[in-house]
Design a protein around this ligand. Structure first.
Ligand code: DC
Length: 196
């Protein structure tokens, strides 16, 4: 039976690194669902219709501009559109059914996409810590990066459809004062304790 690990949280909390490490440790497939929204946002920024843009090809997902701050904002903007969210549900659920097990990371995996996932983790950290981490990756002005993190938090948490929030049965992991090794160890121990 498929075994799904749902990992949610705000931008730059560490969920991508934790998800990749959990997938590797347990031999699960990994889907970074933010990448789907980034690819849709990039196509919309290029002039595509938002719902048509949800028909994603491998090359849409391989664009080299999807990791930029601008792509993150564009993703957050299309992510408030209910028809865009609806168009991406089936793909994510199919992925979650991978026979070898799957880790999905995003904003609404534990609440909407896989509400029955046996492991749910909500990874968070203070806005300042997350902005500092993102700034070390992308450079630029730290205050601008912090403003971008706060703007994205507000939009992701405030939207009507599938807002960012922990599922009632999610384990909360605040990585503000943790090393990545500690955070990965916590997540792997949690998965190991559930997966008998
Ligand atoms: O995880 P990320 O930073 O790549 O996500 C980019 C944006 O996509 C995020 O600000 C909100 C949106 N998103 C979403 O609404 N639901 C998801 N499951 C994943 C991402």
């Amino acid at each position: 039976m498929a075994f799904t690990v749902a990992i949610d949280g705000p931008a730059a909390a560490g969920k991508g690194t934790i998800s990749r490490a959990v997938a590797q440790r347990f031999g699960f497939s990994h889907l970074d669902t933010g990448l789907l929204y980034r690819a849709v946002g990039a196509k919309v920024a290029d002039g595509a219709d938002p719902v048509a843009a949800c028909d994603l090809s491998a090359s849409d997902l391989a664009r080299d501009d999807l990791r930029s701050l601008a792509a993150g904002q564009a993703a957050s903007e299309v992510a408030v559109m209910a028809p865009v969210r609806a168009a991406l549900v089936a793909f994510q659920r199919r992925f979650a059914d991978a026979p070898e097990g799957a880790v999905l990371d995003g904003r609404d995996i534990g609440t909407v996409i896989c509400p029955d996932a046996p492991v749910k983790l909500f990874v968070t950290a203070s806005p300042e810590v997350r902005a500092d981490r993102r700034w070390r990756e992308v450079g630029g002005d730290l205050e601008d990066v912090l403003a971008e993190v706060r703007a994205r938090d507000a939009r992701d948490m405030g939207r009507k459809d599938a807002p960012l929030r922990p599922a009632d049965d999610a384990h909360i992991l605040d990585t503000s004062d943790m090393s990545i090794e500690e955070a990965v160890a916590y997540a792997c121990a949690l998965v190991a304790s559930v997966r008998v």
